[in-house]
Design a binder for this molecule. Sequence first.
Ligand SMILES: [Zn+2]
Length: 314
Amino acid sequence: MFNTRLGPSLFSTTARHALSLASRSQSAIGSSSSIKRSIPAAAAATRYSSSCSHPHSHAHFHSHSNPNPTSGTTTASTAPTPNTNNPSAWRGKNDDQDISMYLRQTHDRVFESNRAWAAEQTTKDPEFFAKLAAGQNPEYLWIGCSDSRIPAEQITGLAPGDAFVHRNIANLVCNTDLNAMSVIDYAVTHLEVKHIVVCGHYGCGGVKAAMTAKDLGILNPWLRNIRDVYRLHEKELDAIKNEDERYNRLVELNVIEQCRNVIKTATVQQSYARNKFPIVHGWVFGFHDGLLKDLNIDFEGVLHDIQKIYNLTD
Ligand SMILES: [Zn+2]
């Protein structure tokens, strides 16, 4: 077992937000102009000039509606949206109007993007939404980490309707998790997916947190599953002296163990006995190059091994 500090990806946003709120309550800096100081005009203009192409028939907060966001009166309709969704950018600001505007803008931005996306799909294929409404027939069940940086469809080029998706902290498949078990059962029995992918990622804050000797409250029982993975592979992991390499290997072993957990389910075993699908895959995503690594799970071999104890085909 090794100890590390908590990774930045899992808890830091909440922590920074809390810090931000705390500092805002203590700071004497805040004013409406603080928003403008925190947003370089060029950065804000860049953000929106590249994303906005639709007619300006509705109210929005694009910076190009305010050509000089660093001067003049800031109002809800003309102020630039912050060029980051990281609330820490607001640290030190104590103007409640600032945070209210930030929240309104980050909320409205999603609807604005949604309208643009819907229009774009219709332009590309007038039948797009009629097809979506007709039903789903996905080839893949994707079980991934909740980490915000790994959107399943975007990194794989899959389209809406291609993948049934389940995500949780550290892409775990626990046999007492009614949520995950229901997703697998529905995907296999009713949607008849052909592939089940468990996708982890290097730099997983959940895996790193599990390796931290600390009481993490409600997360303890969840992360315990990862500690159990470590225990199962203790000899191999302890032999890896470089901490980053050991951590990366634990990420991979966690994916492999979760694949085993998928294969242990009666749903998967019975479907495979009948149909020869689904097949289970273990992949790991890397932030450094954006590529997926296939761990080449030997599905038939794993199935054969686990059925010695976990055979649920009868
Ligand atoms: Zn993760």
